[in-house]
Ligand binder design. Structure first.
Ligand SMILES: Nc1ncnc2c1ncn2[C@@H]1O[C@H](COP(=O)(O)OP(=O)(O)OP(=O)(O)O)[C@@H](O)[C@H]1O
Ligand SMILES: [Mg+2]
Length: 305
């Protein structure tokens, strides 16, 4: 079904199964306007519109968990690389001051989102770097990103700074993956609001469940207030099934998030750490390794192929 925002005229393609009502209230992701949507659109019009609309399902993906060291950056890099190898055009956004993703891709002294905002432009294309890998681009981070929070926190629509800019270039990519820091504030909030899908990497430790709960709470608010179409799934990372406590937590997490968890789990694998040392994604460095094969499966799960 196709619906059109009364105010800004943005069109959305929704699954017919989303509701069984003929008329229902929705909120526009773009301008935040609430309007009534109707299931029956004249056939001629819907055929015309379908050609113009590219569904955004799983297109902009934030990789987020307030807990540190749960493989957010490793997931961003390897999921992105695996999607690029499936011939998808991928942009990675390093939205963390640590700039780990930027470093792992071999970049130093590049412009970041900080310089983009300082130039007072919405056009981020000149800051996007082509990586040495086909189909994989990067919007890098640098240490100046640390100043953003203080400088822009009181600016109007500060939480939309990333979304407003990705809106202009998202058509050029099949997937945009955003790496976020281990905290929920300026960067993570901007990333979540810019996204339509959130991957929540988690290890099988007791405190990790807490981290998932925190992201879920924020997503509930974002769904209610800003973007009702954002979806999320938990991704188990660095799993070691030889440790009993890990096995227990693995089952608990599977049970608790059974409708929102990836079938693929990523196991602990020395090849991942080796791949970081040589600044390569593990899906290239050791394609046959456990973790590489699992990230390739994850990419297939996400793209539905
Ligand atoms: N499957 C894996 N097997 C073994 N080690 C892994 C695996 N995935 C990630 N690691 C290691 O775990 C550490 C943390 O990974 P990473 O930097 O991706 O986490 P992060 O969540 O991005 O951390 P931060 O919260 O600091 O941003 C790194 O040393 C990385 O090499
Ligand atoms: Mg990281």
């Amino acid at each position: 079904m196709i619906i059109t925002c009364d105010k800004c005229k943005t069109r959305y393609k929704l699954a017919d199964t989303i509701t069984d009502k003929d008329a229902f209230k929705v909120r526009c992701q773009k301008c935040n306007h609430s309007f009534m949507a109707y299931k029956s659109v004249p056939e001629e019009q819907s055929l015309l519109l379908q050609e113009e609309i590219t569904p955004d399902h799983n297109k902009i993906i934030a990789i987020s968990n307030q807990k540190g060291g749960v493989a957010k950056t490793s997931t961003c890099l390897n999921l992105g690389m695996a999607l690029a190898q499936m011939n998808k055009k991928v942009l990675l956004v390093d939205f963390d001051v640590q700039a780990n993703l930027t470093i792992l891709l071999g970049f130093r002294k590049t412009e970041s989102f900080y310089e983009i905002l300082e130039k007072n432009t919405k056009d981020i294309s000149s800051s996007i770097q082509k990586t040495r890998y086909p189909n994989l681009d990067l919007l890098p981070s640098n240490s100046k990103m640390a100043l953003l929070k203080k400088k822009y926190l009181n600016v109007d629509r500060y939480e939309y700074l990333l979304r407003d800019r990705l809106d202009l270039i998202k058509k050029q990519y099949d997937h945009i993956l955003i790496d976020t820091p281990p905290s929920i504030e300026f960067f993570t909030l901007n990333a979540l609001i810019a996204s339509n899908f959130v991957v929540i990497p988690t290890t099988c430790e007791y405190l990790s469940m807490h981290g998932i709960g925190q992201i879920n709470d924020i997503l509930t608010i974002i769904k209610k207030e800003i973007n009702q179409d954002i979806n999320h799934k938990v991704l188990i990372t660095m799993h070691n099934a030889d440790i009993t406590s890990e096995k227990v937590m693995f089952n608990k997490i599977q049970e608790k998030y059974r409708d929102n968890i990836f079938k693929t789990a990523i196991e602990i694998d020395n090849k991942m750490q080796e791949s970081h040392i040589v600044n390569m994604p593990v899906v290239l460095y050791a394609k046959e390794s456990k973790s590489a094969q699992q990230y390739i499966k994850l990419a297939q799960e996400i793209s539905g192929e």
